[in-house]
Ligand binder design. Structure first.
Ligand code: KG4
Ligand code: ZN
Length: 345
């Protein structure tokens, strides 16, 4: 009989609880999104996020247990995201998990959110040929990692400023399109000419191969400010063209480092995860590149790409098997790294 783990995620604006089996079966994966609460501000407001988690977490927990058909007594441990993320948001999930651990006597497991995004791919696909090159792109992070072994991640590069998701969100905000911006830009880009504007990709005088998205954002802002009327209404060719050209630049920049990393590291497979893995152009380009190299490509499905607790449960199982448990002093760890070593491109 399989064993089960309860997983809790609250690092940003999604309150999520999942029940995940040791056999990778997901019995429940409930996510309560706060999009409506943050929409008027075109971004996540930390103060609101914390309060919303407080309201929703108990209900999401109840719903997840109901869907799984299990009780807390059927679990072997409680995995919870401890960072990185918004401190007020993390605190709600952590305290909720600690309360359950205290009441039930179950052990606690502290999970890094970005490692969770990566582990979602193993949850979905099981065996993945290693070493694997993993691009994890979300609203808060952009990391290119080499998965050398199941438990050993090497950082190859990351963003020095905005994340790729943030770039999409900010462009959407600049054009008054809505929140979250990524899916909106993705949709509008399909109607636009991606060659209408040529965005220069970042270059650093010291030769650094960091990712960087703030320059692209500034270039887009300059275009909008030159002729605001052109972008005042979302049903305009200018909006579609800017969305498409911007998306092309983001994808080119992401792929530029992926290609450099592949040449150097010669991985056995390519992995794409995190919320921005939902982007249709990135998925297509990433997959095509893998095919070109004859490498197996693993793309996380949208349900497991966006923030969820099943991915936290999957990483929780890895830590459970390694005997890595936390105690009740567990607190938000904003600087927790999703890697064991660094070998910059
Ligand atoms: O992983 P995630 O759900 O949360 C964080 O850990 O940040 O990622 C959310 C990010 C947001 O910035 C959102 O705009 C972006 O993922 N995103 C997309 C798409 N769907 C979500 N970006 C581009 N294209 C999409 N289709
Ligand atoms: Zn995330």
């Amino acid at each position: 009989m399989s064993r089960y783990l309860l997983a809790i995620e609250s690092s940003c604006d999604d309150s999520a609880v999942a029940v995940v089996g040791e056999d990778r079966k997901i019995l429940a994966n409930v996510v309560s999104s706060q999009t409506e609460a943050h929409r008027p501000y075109f971004g996540v407001v930390p103060e609101i996020a914390g309060r919303e988690h407080l309201k929703h977490m108990p209900l999401v927990y109840k719903e997840a247990l109901a869907q799984s058909g299990l009780t807390l007594d059927d679990m072997v441990a409680i995995a919870v995201t401890s960072g990185p993320g918004l401190v007020g948001s993390l605190m709600v999930g952590l305290n909720f998990a600690k309360g359950l651990a205290l009441a039930s006597g179950l052990p606690l497991i502290s999970v890094n959110h970005i490692r969770g995004h990566l582990r979602a791919l193993f949850l979905e696909y099981g065996e993945i040929p290693l070493p694997a090159l993993a691009l994890i792109v979300s609203g808060g992070h952009t990391h290119l990692l080499l998965v050398e072994r199941d438990d050993r991640l090497v950082l190859l590069t990351k963003t020095r400023d905005d994340s790729a998701g943030e770039a999409f969100d900010k462009l959407s905000k600049m054009m008054g399109l809505g929140f979250p911006g990524g899916p909106i830009i993705d949709r509008l880009a399909r109607r636009g000419d991606e060659n209408r504007h040529e965005f220069r990709l970042p270059r650093f005088s010291d030769g650094s191969k960091d990712y960087s998205f703030s320059g692209l954002k500034t270039a887009a802002l300059t275009l909008i400010q030159k002729d605001p009327a052109l972008y005042a209404n979302q049903d305009q060719t200018a909006v579609y063209d800017l969305a498409a050209s911007f998306q092309k630049a983001v994808v080119r920049h992401l792929m530029q480092r992926v290609k450099q990393a592949c040449t150097r590291e010669q991985p056995q497979s390519l992995l794409l995860g995190g919320g921005v893995a939902c982007n249709s152009s990135l998925r297509k380009t990433f997959e095509a590149y893998g095919n070109e190299l004859n490498l197996p490509v693993f793309l996380s499905s949208p349900k497991l790409s966006n923030d969820n607790a099943a991915m936290i449960g999957a990483e929780g199982w890895r830590l459970f098997h390694d005997g890595c448990f936390a105690d009740l002093s567990l607190s938000p760890d904003l600087s927790s790294y999703p890697f064991d070593d660094v070998r910059l491109l």
